[in-house]
Ligand binder design. Sequence first.
Ligand code: 1PR
Length: 523
Amino acid sequence: MITLLDYGAGNVRSVINAIERLDEQVKIVTRPEDILSAEKLVFPGVGAFGSMIRSLERKGYIEPLKSYLFSDRPFLGICLGLQVLVDCSEEAPDVKGLGLIPGTVKKFDIDLSVPHIGWNGLSLKRSSGIFNGLKGDEKFYFVHAYHVVSEDEKVVLTTTNYGSEFVSSVQKGKIIATQFHPEKSGRAGQMILENFLAVDRTGNRPLDVSGETVLAKRIIACLDVRTNDRGDLVVTKGDQYDVRENGKVRNMGRPVELARRYYEEGADEITFLNITGFRDFPLKDMPMLEVLRQTSRNVFVPLTIGGGIRNFTDKNGRTYRALEVATEYFRAGADKVSIGSDAVLIVEAYLKSGQATGESAIERISEVYGSQAVVISIDPRRVYVASPEDVDHRVVETAIPGPNGEHYCWYQCTIKGGREGREVDAVTLARVCQTLGAGEILLNCIDRDGTNMGFDLELINAVKAVVSIPVIASSGAGCVEHFLEVFTKTEAESALAAGIFHRREVPIGEVKRFLAGRVEIRL
Ligand code: 1PR
């Protein structure tokens, strides 16, 4: 029996699913005594350090946790569950950590995108049974802006490189904690969980690796989901956002089955977009929650969900907050939420008033769940202009001239799935969303969507130039070479595709085999 410490933030569903899949039962801590009576305790920490500590204090969990840890009983901490073990964190200087390991938590101070999101390797400093069965070249899923600096070298199990070398796992007696997410790290992560469950039995086989590790470029499969004319929830796919063919919504398959297929084919992440979410309020559209619940039972890579995440007042006058919607999605198994239309309206309001309200969906969700949990999905369309002076927007010089030979364009943001153009450009939108707390940009392009012409590199470079958070390049992938192009001609951290995967024209495995040796990827 595993006891799981859930203090109410983030996606614990995936950890429960990953453990149950190993035929182990999970009991959730509901009272402080449950911590003391645990045989093996798992602490998956998500969100922000300060809100985590305050929540543990409110629930009376701090003392039992200390007592459990200081008596050296089996413990697996994940992400914040590692950071909580040291003395304090730069993220919240007013609160204290548990102090089991002397050290601090510091923000990445590097020249690369922060948060550090994606699959990276481990460089082994000590051997441990927790790595039994691994070859050593596996990659694991990280998502964090802060990292542990340990004053005690002896506890450091592995380090990882991202701009600098940081501690990616520790072990002190029976206490093990990882900065990466084993429950989101595919088969390699499952093996770590299995080793933890069997901790009494495993030996101490060393993992034969050391040396620098490299963050992989991610390949993401995207599933645009909506109800078709018969009322079935289907994955669909548009051409420049038009999902109808001969008047009918294109049906590319069932969401849960397709997500599982892409996981098995090697997708590094899966994104669901409820493309009519702007019409149907998500909390009234429970099928998407069910899709997440079912998917997270068998898919152990990060899941993003988007569509309709916004503050909403129903016809009876009841107001729902975007944070409530996000919470439901995280509880159902999502790791990140993606905000589309609402982000445009938030940025418009910000540009008009010149100040943040603290109440927008972006600010509230990132405050509670951390910026890494908030993706901004941008749906821009090119608007050509004869000269940069013609408009007040961020204009890009383009090598693909417009219909009247124009050499400049700006990227107009749209809402409601491209149905309505707004007066804000994609570059400004990305910059402001980062300021408001977003952790990643999903950069679509309506002109390229479904065309198989390749990604819009000019758009990606223009956005990448103004943000320091990771960017997912999306729309237009038609062949393996397009992925190489986007990773060598732009700084995008990941590339997303839909049509070529759905139609089995270019499977994910083929993309990865082509990229192997050319750019860093997870095989
Ligand atoms: O605005 O917060 O309710 O979110 C709605 C979400 O649904 C947005 O993220 C928006 O991008 C998405 N969406 C709305 N309408 C459509 C549509 O297609 N009619 N899909 C739509 C967007 C674009 C990509 C697509 C890539 C790759 N899909 O995600 O998967 O372009 O396609 P390709 O590889 O086939 O070229 P809100």
